[in-house]
Design a protein around this ligand. Structure first.
Ligand code: NOJ
Ligand code: MG
Length: 602
């Protein structure tokens, strides 16, 4: 026995010695190499995707009526694959009298005939999915067209529909009983009172947008149920989620026990009848609306649980202050909300005169307020706003697109941004936007008109920019299509499109861009730096002169950088070439010039 223990002891001792020696050698070898890359979490399909907004009326016309349609979109699905986007969201395609070009829906369950048929929609979804492109719809829950059955039934007080909309008696006039006063001083987003008289029902109904867009009553259970049914209907048809329209307007303050609605205080700015004349405390951001959004998120999660398949995403369209905006993500206690509220800060807070500090601050503001673990997103334009190069400067297109594509989270592109489309000119005679027609006149309509951002897409330099075979289109094609068009940019050695395309490829291939940390810094008044970095992965830096003068910045001011950088992409007019070395020192950028640089891990 003794002998046995002795032998065992020697053996164990020897093994320990060998183990220590082998361990030390392994350690020494490993230590001489760089540490292993960190574990990278898988992202859900949407968390780092590029969402491309299509304005269907202006994207591609397949039948020569001068109006874009679904078959047109289907015929151009390759554009999304080539461009590198992961999802499209389409402004509304449902039956509508087109007072607000589809945002006044009269049948939520069918396709607008001039856009196509249900079969066309189904074909679009199948083909998009075959190509790996997700399809998001625009859901307009706040209001319905006054042509809808819902409204007609409600106006006629049909059982079950009486309270589908927000109906109110005139406010009594103590001085003249026969006077029919509007129930409150609230003003519509498109100007004028929110209240419109119904002869038939002998009551006012509320509309936060056009007179023909009556607001649903979200305190009515049947309305809430109907919304869930509509959403489920299109998810079953294959929609991958929704952009949720005009969400801050879902609720208004209820009347008191006597049926009297409160007036809003005047803001002290704007003029009577114009939105902004009152403070809008009773018509937007009411806290009740968030529960409705949270319920829609539950619907999306339950749909996935029940049917499997990919996540259906809910994206809230909300122009609101930062606190009310972030609440759409969820309440941080017990409710999860939209996958994200659109980040409109680049639209509302920045403009051509903004400095690099303004840009850095705007980015950091969102990243500071975003609840932990939520996904950021970046929107530089849409069909309601002046186009990106027209709000900023056209020499900023590549820098802005690169910035959008390099920031953390989801990147959103409005159709035409990838080729630097600018606002088109639409004369007063040709103006069709209800906002401009209601609020403007021949001399000031451009302040209000959204038509310039909605002119048809420029495919090439043929008739109607290749948008339609018809020389007459629903909005005129912008004259600059002969120089700014997709085909020309594909053929050119360097172009906005090629920069966009190579940035989407970089975005897909680089783990740093999908998973990395971010750091923004104004190096000078004009030069912005965005650094993306991640452990042992390459670092990426965007340098962008957002000013109007030549500017020199010192890269040693960025603590994170440790070695020389190489140019991997640059704005069209940059004299730098891909592969050029940029030393960690002074770098001079032309106005609007942007450089995307690759460097060693931090
Ligand atoms: C927001 C949409 O983007 C806009 O085009 C529309 O006029 C309003 N909501 C009303 O639906
Ligand atoms: Mg057509």
């Amino acid at each position: 026995m003794n002998k046995f223990w002795k032998v065992l002891g020697v053996t164990v001792g020897a093994l320990v010695v060998i183990g220590v020696v082998v361990g030390s050698i392994t350690w020494a070898v490993l230590a001489s190499r760089s540490p292993p890359p960190p574990e990278i979490q898988d992202l859900d399909w949407w968390e780092h995707t590029i969402i491309y907004q299509i304005y269907p009326r202006s994207f591609k016309d397949s039948d020569g009526d001068g109006i874009g349609d679904l078959k047109g979109i289907t015929s151009k699905l390759d554009h999304f694959v080539e461009t590198g986007v992961g999802a499209i969201w389409m402004s509304p395609i449902f039956v509508s009298p087109m007072v607000d070009f589809g945002y006044d829906i009269s049948d939520f369950y069918n396709i607008q005939p001039e856009y196509g048929t249900m079969a066309d929609f189904e074909e679009l979804v199948v083909k998009a999915h075959q190509l790996g492109i997700k399809v998001l719809l625009d859901f307009v829950p706040n209001h319905a067209s006054t042509d809808s059955e819902y409204f007609k039934l409600s106006e006629a007080r049909a059982p079950g529909y009486e309270d589908y909309f927000v109906w109110a008696d005139p406010r009594p006039d103590p001085t003249n009983a026969s006077n029919r006063l509007v129930p409150s001083n609230w003003i519509s987003q498109f100007g004028g009172s929110v209240w419109e008289w119904s002869e038939l029902r002998q009551q006012y109904y509320l509309h936060q947008f056009a007179i023909e867009q009556a607001d649903f009553n979200f305190r009515e259970a049947a309305v809430k149920k109907e919304m869930l049914d509509i959403m489920t209907f299109w998810m079953e048809k294959g929609a991958d989620g929704y952009r949720l329209d005009a969400i801050p307007h879902l609720f208004e303050t209820a009347p008191d026990a006597d049926g009297i609605y409160p007036d809003e205080p005047l803001s002290g700015s704007s003029s009577p009848g114009q939105p902004g004349y009152t403070t809008q405390i009773h018509v937007r951001d009411l806290i009740e609306l968030y529960d409705v959004v949270y319920e829609w998120r539950d619907l999306s999660d339950e749909f996935k649980e029940k049917h499997g398949g990919d996540t259906k995403i809910m994206l809230a369209e909300a122009y609101a202050n930062i606190t009310m905006t972030m609440l759409y993500y969820g309440n941080e206690r017990d409710r999860i909300g939209a996958h994200f509220p659109f980040n409109f800060d680049f639209i509302t807070n920045l403009w051509a005169g903004s400095t690099a500090r303004d840009f850095a601050y705007t980015i950091q503001r969102w990243m500071t307020y975003i609840p932990h673990g939520k996904v950021a997103n970046w929107v530089f334009g849409n069909h309601d706003q002046k186009r990106m190069p027209s709000r900023f400067r056209d020499n900023m297109v590549d820098g802005l697109n690169s910035l959008n594509l390099m920031l953390p989270g989801v990147s959103v592109t409005y159709q035409g941004e990838e080729i630097g489309m600018q606002d088109g000119f639409v004369s007063w005679e040709d103006t069709v936007d209800v906002n401009a027609c209601n609020r403007g006149n021949e001399s000031n309509y451009l302040e209000f008109s959204r038509d310039p951002a909605r002119t048809p897409y420029h495919w090439d330099d043929s008739v109607s920019a290749g948008f339609s075979t018809n020389a007459t289109t629903w909005l005129p094609v912008s004259e600059d299509y002969t120089t700014i068009n997709l085909q020309a940019q594909k053929e050119a050695a360097r172009s906005h499109y090629k920069v966009y395309q190579s940035m989407t490829a970089l975005r897909r291939s680089e783990t740093t861009l999908s998973h990395g940390q971010h750091h923004v810094q104004a190096l000078t008044q004009d030069t912005l730096a965005l650094v993306r970095y991640l452990a042992t992965y390459d670092t990426f830096v965007l340098l962008f002169n957002v000013g109007t003068a030549v500017d020199t910045a010192d890269l040693t001011a960025i603590d994170l950088l440790s070695g020389p950088l190489t140019v991997c992409e640059r704005s069209v007019h940059s004299s730098r070439a891909s592969g050029d070395t940029i030393e960690l020192g002074e770098v001079t950028l032309q106005p609007g010039e942007a450089l995307v640089l690759r460097g060693p891990p931090v």
